[in-house]
Design a protein around this ligand. Structure first.
Ligand code: RIB
Length: 292
């Protein structure tokens, strides 16, 4: 069983022909809402592939909260640790242009996931094969959760996104850290190779459709990605993380899990919405067979 401790957002997506520059107003071509939040997205990605997933998070007292809980339930995710709180559910304002995006998150209920809330879930966390976290909930909760997982000897997959609040002192508490290239540079500086060598089999840098790389203790490993036609890249990183979590908890090696996650991410960008393209296991297997 995988436990995800993280955010649940409603994505408010506006599509446009061109991004506005500062002070400029442009006309958009489409507005839609879609379930999102890095925590929820990673939970759904793992659940779609067949993992048993528990979500620890929070929604607000608005209609988005009701909709997002129902969405998680529909994906077969256990939401008994998703709190109902007063006030607004988290939202992400997503500007979409071609397959590129710009996102502003307003945490809302996600900011109410306190260390005390996580402490109450100690038993569930202790029974988890893996805990998955990101950076859209309060940093004190993350720091507490990491220490709790260490105490309970539960491995942690940490996706440092958005990267700004990451604390390098957390590294000893993390089994797998999965920044993209931009996040990696922000956390460790421009020398990716040096960073990878410092954290063998722990730091996995995702490279978009070029796959991902890590250092296995002896050599650098670049697991090639799968190039496809992207409709919407929102949630591709989340799909990678959810799929990696699924694969690693099913006994795959890091290299196999990265390859599996690359394929899942490539499928996810072919459809609209963060969760819209998250694949089922059979689709990943079919693409893998086709790529041989
Ligand atoms: O990673 C994509 C996600 O980031 C979106 O679903 C949005 O909610 C933001 O959290």
């Amino acid at each position: 069983m995988i436990t995800v401790i993280g955010s649940i957002n409603m994505d408010l997506v506006v599509q446009m022909e061109v991004f506005p520059t500062q002070g400029e107003t442009v006309l958009g071509s489409l507005f839609t809402t879609a379930p999102g939040g890095k925590g929820a997205n990673q939970a759904v990605a793992a659940a779609h592939l067949g993992s048993q997933v528990k979500m620890l998070g929070a929604v607000g007292s608005d209609s988005f909260g009701v909709e997002l809980r129902a969405n998680l339930n529909k994906a077969n995710i256990d939401t008994s640790l998703v709190m109902n709180t007063d006030g607004a559910t988290g939202i992400a304002n997503i500007l979409l242009h071609e397959s590129d995006n710009r996102i502003v998150v307003v945490p809302g209920a996600n900011s109410k996931i306190t260390p005390e809330v996580v402490a109450k879930a100690k038993d569930v966390i202790g029974k988890s094969q893996l805990v998955v976290m990101q950076l859209e909930i309060p940093v004190e909760t993350i720091a507490y959760s990491l220490k709790l997982c260490k105490e309970l000897q539960v491995p942690v997959l940490f996706n440092p996104a958005p990267a700004a609040n990451f604390n390098i002192n957390w590294m000893p508490y993390i089994d797998y850290l999965t920044p993209n290239e931009t996040e990696c540079a922000l956390l460790f500086g421009d020398d990716v190779e040096a960073a990878l060598e410092k954290y063998p089999n722990q730091l996995i840098v995702t490279l978009g459709d070029d796959g991902a790389r890590y250092f296995d203790g002896e050599k650098h490993v670049h697991v090639k990605g799968y190039t496809t036609t992207a409709v919407d890249t929102t949630g591709a990183g989340d799909t990678f993380n959810g799929a990696f979590a699924h694969a690693i908890t099913n006994g795959q090696s890091i290299e196999e899990a990265v390859s599996f996650a690359n394929i899942a991410a490539s499928l996810s960008v072919e459809k609209f919405g963060a969760q819209g393209g998250m694949p089922r296991l059979a689709e990943v297997i079919a693409r893998k067979e086709g790529a041989k």
